[in-house]
Write a protein that binds this ligand. Sequence first.
Ligand code: ZN
Length: 184
Amino acid sequence: MLLAVIDLETFRIVQRMLKANRTAGDGTQQHQHYLKGSLFCGHCGAKMALTHSKGCTKIYSCVYCLGRNKNRTECARGAIGIYKVEEAFEHLYRDDFRFNDAWLADTHEAIRNHSELTQTLNVKEVARQERRFQSLDNERRKPLQAYYADAVPADLMREDKNGSPANKPPPRGRSNPAPPSTNR
Ligand SMILES: [Zn+2]
């Protein structure tokens, strides 16, 4: 569904301008075709090119042999309307085209192998990224460790590691009575 982002009259004017440009053939129109680049001449094997010519009311699209066009081959094949090629493709895929059983089995095998390989690689990659994350996290903690190493005296660190301060002399200043409270 189209949303009405412009009013109907503006839409019509734009449509008229686009149509006028099309008939003037200003070259801005792109003629892409799904068979473009995929067709080869059945007579000489050269690549087929796509061309468009303007008729009175519509544009005609044809394919022609580049071997003949560039005098690269002795080909005598004339141009063919693209609609004929399209019809031939439709018939081929609808009536004649079947996947060969051996090809299907090979393809299944190739897909399975590829998917197993991808999975293995993914597991390895996840493990690699986890190690990387751990290493970065360790790096991140280093400044903190360094900070504490400098800020906390070595004897207190040892005391903390041993778990009991009982057999250690009290830190300086601790034995002094607490100063009187200023709130009195
Ligand atoms: Zn040819």
